[in-house]
Design a protein around this ligand. Structure first.
Ligand code: HEC
Ligand code: HEC
Length: 200
């Protein structure tokens, strides 16, 4: 009997963990304060702020938790998440995931530098291709918490790649991004960020 009870408790907590599905309608109201920087439709109008529209909910929840725990450091966002409960985070994430992301285009000169790295990595530098985790069109993978990176604001992507390169952002599991970004040059980071804008 006791074993059954333990098994049931485990099952319930597993189902609970896998089911991070929030209520998008409730999330819309809770996200009102976020619009100032991330845009009313989740497509941040200022390029230094990330677009949240169309992003995987599980990835968004992880980031909100990481800001709250301090695993990902940002003075603005750490203040914003202070008062959010787990349920608030799930609801807000469901709301943003449901919104369409606005798409852009890539200038030709960025393609020459970025495309080979994106699709093939660089074996000389032991650098995995971006595509192997973020997918051929940069859409990421929800369950693996690999973020969608295509259509993201260019200045935000540049800043994040530089933060991974320096280790200032190190909340990536198994150093997946820190290891990938550590030998990228500034020119490659600029080209990759431009490339992602039009990768859809
Ligand atoms: C005053 C501006 C501002 C406000 C208001 C704000 N944010 Fe942010 N947000 C930022 C900045 C800046 C970053 C990037 C931080 C960094 O460089 O790591 C960010 C990053 C994020 C990220 C990470 C996105 C990614 O792609 O990894 C999430 C999720 C997020 N914000 C959600 C929210 C939510 C939810 C709210 C409202 C409760 C909110 N933000 C309010 C400025 C803001
Ligand atoms: C081994 C898997 C892997 C590879 C290879 C990889 N990434 Fe990532 N990337 C991740 C994961 C996982 C995250 C999210 C980390 C976290 O939880 O904060 C991420 C995050 C990012 C982010 C931040 C997204 C955001 O919204 O803040 C950018 C930008 C990014 N990757 C670009 C790239 C580029 C460009 C390449 C190729 C040069 C690349 N990645 C290669 C796994 C990978």
């Amino acid at each position: 009997m006791k074993k059954v009870a333990i098994a049931l408790t485990l099952l319930v907590s597993l189902v609970g963990a896998a089911n991070a599905t929030g209520n998008a309608e409730a999330g819309k109201a809770k996200a009102a304060t976020c619009a100032a920087c991330h845009g009313a439709d989740g497509n941040a109008p200022v390029a230094m702020y990330p677009k949240l529209a169309g992003q995987h909910a599980d990835y968004l929840v992880k980031q909100l938790k990481d800001f709250k725990s301090g695993a990902r450091k940002d003075p603005i966002m750490m203040g914003m998440v202070m008062g959010l409960s787990d349920e608030d985070m799930a609801d807000i994430a469901a709301h943003y995931q449901s919104l369409p992301v606005t798409e852009g285009s890539t200038p030709e000169d960025a393609v020459a530098i970025a495309k080979p790295l994106y699709q093939g990595g660089d074996s000389k530098r032991n650098m995995a291709s971006c595509m192997s985790c973020h997918g051929p069109r940069g859409n990421g993978a929800g369950l693996a918490k690999f973020p969608k990176i295509s259509s993201q604001n260019e200045a935000y992507v540049v800043a994040q790649l530089k933060k991974f390169r320096s280790g200032e952002r190190a909340n990536d599991p198994q150093k997946m991004m820190v290891d990938t970004a550590k030998s990228l040059t500034d020119a490659e980071i600029d080209a990759l960020a431009k490339y992602l804008v039009g990768l859809h």
